[in-house]
Ligand binder design. Structure first.
Ligand code: FES
Ligand SMILES: [Fe+2]
Length: 329
């Protein structure tokens, strides 16, 4: 799959990997098995067993005396170490590597990878800064969506879809893009979104709404193509809502959201669970719309505030080169 090669992708947050539990991940058309040993070491191999192609992610982990763990194939129980070597029952000695491990860049709890391609852009430090300074609330909104990565990115940088896709949730009456700072593959968008006040019934049903004021002031910071951050500030808490996007195949994409906060009031701790649920509902609504779009429909209408999508289209076309914004688009 020749798309966006050389971008870093956040494969997972450590909390998404149960120790000694093999997991399957897809990236850029390839499938991998990823596992974490009891000491926090994380490894990844192609998911197809080099014997007869069984999915290694369906197998199990075997812990070795040195604490490392190997992956056992579910078909004939051959065990593969992190380098893709095995010991054949007949020989009692380690084979050469039979699979090319997927190179991972582990930064604290963040499992990054370039999907085996030569890095073209670097991994920003911002997640490490957030992790050092904020409390991790959890992972939410993890979905594998039947859509290509461009459509997913367009949706995530579309400032007009709140009233369609998320109409009942936010009840935004207007979107104003106050400022858009275009720095090539990195950008900031400052949005002001006045909204109808939720009724008490709605607040009761979803106390996460308490964290949403009458006017939603959003600061979005985006890193093309793999990440978008929402910096949220209000009386109760400072929130960092970190969205990650990954192309699984040409027609399938994955996303998930890591949530961090700094509490300014004890109430913030009471609504953590609701915040995770709220974002899960938001992503669900996006996933539903994305799975119901006719691909390749000629675009004959342009709305105001599509500057985020213009940024996505331009970068998608020229990646990894950085081109000047074309404001006449
Ligand atoms: S298919 Fe994996 S050991 Fe045979
Ligand atoms: Fe959305």
């Amino acid at each position: 799959m020749k798309q966006l090669q050389g971008a870093p992708w956040l494969l997972a947050h450590r909390s998404m990997l149960q120790p000694n539990q093999p997991m399957k991940f897809s990236l850029l058309g390839n499938n991998y098995v990823v596992w974490q040993n009891s000491y926090g070491g994380i490894n990844a191999l192609p998911n197809a067993c080099p014997h007869m192609g069984a999915m290694l992610s369906e197998g199990w982990c075997v812990t070795k005396p040195d604490g490392s763990s190997v992956i056992a194939c579910p078909f004939h129980a051959l065990e593969f170490d992190a380098e893709g070597c095995t010991v054949l029952p007949s020989s009692h000695k380690l084979t050469k590597s039979l699979m090319q491990p997927l190179e991972l860049v582990i930064q604290g709890d963040f499992v990054w990878t370039y999907g085996g391609h030569e890095p073209k852009i670097s991994i920003p430090n911002i997640m490490n800064e957030i992790a050092a300074d904020y409390e991790f609330i959890g992972v939410t909104g993890e979905r594998s969506i039947r859509t290509d990565i461009l459509s997913l990115l367009l949706n995530m940088h579309d400032y007009n879809h709140q009233n369609g896709t998320h109409r009942e949730l936010f009840e935004i009456t207007e979107v104003q893009v106050k400022q858009f700072i275009d720095e090539g593959l990195h950008c900031h968008a400052y949005l002001t979104q006045p909204r109808k006040q939720p009724t008490f019934r709605k607040m009761f049903k979803n106390p996460g709404q308490l964290a949403m004021p009458k006017v939603l002031e959003a600061h979005l910071e985006n890193f093309f193509p793999f990440m978008g951050l929402m910096h949220g500030e209000n009386k109760l808490l400072s929130l960092k809502e970190c969205h990650f996007y990954l192309p699984e195949t040409e027609h399938q994409s994955r996303m998930f959201v890591l949530m961090y906060m700094k509490a300014h009031s004890p109430i913030a701790h009471l609504i953590k669970g609701n915040l995770l649920k709220l974002i899960d509902v938001v992503v669900d609504q996006d996933a539903i719309v994305l799975s119901k779009i006719y691909a390749n429909t000629p675009k004959r209408i342009k709305l105001n505030n599509e500057v985020g999508m213009d940024w996505v289209r331009r970068n998608f076309k020229s990646f990894p080169a950085i081109t000047e914004p074309n404001l006449s688009q």
